[in-house]
Write a protein that binds this ligand. Structure first.
Ligand code: UDP
Ligand code: MG
Length: 317
């Protein structure tokens, strides 16, 4: 087996057959391959479509059917665990990422033994200026705080050598921020520019709020710097208050100036109260994650795993 395609699917009934057909056209006469579809608790007809693909496809098709929606990151983990290929590619089911590009990535790795990972990255993005600004800020912040590198525009659309996947699978945390995990394991990465296509059917699952939560998850998963914020602010305000105290005492003793400060007091109480709550909130984020991680719950639950090669063997026996 040469290439494994790991394909997380959530409500992709209109796309999966087109996807499988396209992969067949591209890889025919090139490499042997397997497609691992993860049905991530789809509420539409995706599962039946996948089963039909498994029945009719001449190459190995596996379907990991989740017991509910666990999210794309869990899907990626399940798929990587199941993948047997020398080159393992993560790709979306909606054909926004061209399987032709998978072939390019695999060929690159074949020709360049020094590289271990090929990451597709978007040079140009078709999105609003506001969103682009937020994304840019996010990458600036996370790169400042974290020791690993995050590249703006780098997607989950990647191809790994088998040993890289083994390393990724050693990270068994529940909160999976794939972009961080892929950087954390290291290895030599080649960034290959690509164009994202329009979605063929269905709709994107990302809203601004979801992206925001994703960003917070990324920061909390890959740096503990925010926890230092309370120490720094605490030091700063303590110092400030000592200086201010000295000023007030001098004014009182030497110049008999009475300090009136109703507005100042209210403003300071609000400011410091706000900062304290913010710091407690940050600690809470980390604590909550620690709490969930200590439970050691499985990352996903597979209701069934379908493998068309095994079924064929069954029929032959
Ligand atoms: N996806 C998934 N589980 C989810 C959400 C999405 O497996 O809970 C899959 C989805 O079917 C698609 C891929 O993840 O194959 C990317 O999702 P989407 O197209 O919504 O993201 P975008 O392309 O807008 O970043
Ligand atoms: Mg998409």
């Amino acid at each position: 087996m040469k290439v494994s395609l790991v394909v997380p699917c959530y409500n992709e009934e209109g796309n999966v057959k087109l996807f499988a057909k396209k992969v067949e056209e591209i890889f025919k006469n090139k490499y042997s391959y397997e497609i691992i579809f993860i049905n991530d608790g789809s509420k539409d007809n995706t599962l039946n479509e996948l089963k039909e693909i498994a029945k009719n496809h001449n190459q190995n098709i596996k379907i990991i059917n989740f017991s509910r929606n666990f999210g794309k990151e869990a899907g990626i983990y399940a798929g990587l665990k199941e993948a047997k290929g020398d080159y393992i590619n993560i790709i979306d089911a909606d054909l926004q990422q061209d399987p032709k590009f998978t072939l390019d990535m695999v060929e690159f790795l074949e020709k360049n033994p020094d590289y271990d990972i090929v990451t597709a990255y978007q040079k140009q993005r078709h999105e609003s200026k506001v969103l682009a600004f937020f994304k840019k800020s996010f990458y600036k912040i996370i790169n400042k705080m974290s020791e690993i590198e995050f590249v703006n525009g780098a997607s989950d659309f990647r191809t790994f050598r088998k040993n890289v996947v083994n390393s990724i699978l050693e990270l068994t945390e529940y909160y999976r921020f794939s972009k961080g995990i892929f950087s954390w394991v290291g290895y030599n990465v080649y960034y290959m520019p690509y164009e994202v296509h329009q979605r063929i059917n269905g709709s994107s699952k990302w809203s601004f709020w979801k992206l925001f939560k994703y960003a917070i998850n990324g920061i909390v998963s890959f740096t503990t710097s925010p926890l230092r914020l309370s120490t720094i602010l605490g030091l700063f305000f303590s110092l400030l208050s000592i200086i201010y105290l000295i000023v007030v005492i001098i004014q009182k003793i030497f110049f008999q100036i009475n300090i009136e400060g109703y507005a100042t007091i209210v403003a300071l109480i609000l400011l410091l109260g706000g900062i304290q709550l913010l710091c407690i909130g940050i600690i809470g984020e980390y604590l909550a994650r620690t709490y969930v991680e200590t439970k050691k719950r499985p990352i996903y639950i597979a209701k069934e795993i379908i493998d068309n090669q095994k079924e064929k063997k069954h029929e032959e026996n």
